[in-house]
Design a binder for this molecule. Sequence first.
Ligand SMILES: [Zn+2]
Length: 115
Amino acid sequence: MHPDRHEPITCTVCHRAIRERDDLVTTMVMLRVLPFHDRCYHRELEHLQAMSVSSQPINGWFGNLTAVLFLVLGLALLLVAVPLGEWRWWLSPLFTLPLALRMYSYLTIERLIRS
Ligand SMILES: [Zn+2]
């Protein structure tokens, strides 16, 4: 979808459109990935933290770093944690969750906002 031809992505706090990707923060609240203005996110951070386990941003460099880090950890677990036996085949895929979340955030929100 072209960024200009759809309903604008609106901020969860102030309900105004988010126009620039630089101004966007996505985070998970109550198992949903929600968009915020950078300013609104920081203003509501305390409140958000009360509602969710982790209200770290999913998008931006922090989200990218987390996704990559977990992926590396998951792979390392698969290769190194041989003493865990077949358990590691069950644990390792869990480490791809941040990447899945990162992709979900990109596909459903970030992609629709001009960078
Ligand atoms: Zn806002």
